[in-house]
Design a protein around this ligand. Sequence first.
Ligand code: SF4
Length: 166
Amino acid sequence: MKILISACLLGEDVRYDGENSSIAYGANFTFAQKELFMDILCDNEIYSFCPEVSGGLPIPREPSEIVSLTKPFIIKNKEGEDVTINFLLGAKNALDLCQKENITIALLKANSPSCGNKNIYDGSFSGNLIPGEGITAKLLNENGIKIFNEKELLELSKFLKMKQVI
Ligand code: SF4
């Protein structure tokens, strides 16, 4: 299967702070989780993608949070600058890639204002998580792409096996 994966989860230094969120090297992941992740990488066709960089934001950059979750979306960085257009462009580029390559599954970084599939920070830059989707996750989800985050590797693995049986 073809899978779109947040570039930072693959170890690319694309995060706002110039670091990554590597699953393979991350201290927060067990050996079993790393092994499962490596199996997923080996058995599937992987497309690495960072919506924020694709949308024109630099590395490093100020962290951003979603201020308005409903249309019109508003995303601002910690300095108060409006970066909405960059987030929208990154989301559109992610969807374009998925549609061009017929990618129907994504593994995206949890809690990100772009990639988060279940929770996002509340826009106050105080570390509070609220239910909601990042801008890219939302657009992909609305277009039928099945999204998992890095805490759902087991679910992703089961889903892939089920797809292979069908
Ligand atoms: S936008 Fe997504 S891929 Fe890029 S650094 Fe943030 S979480 Fe990772």
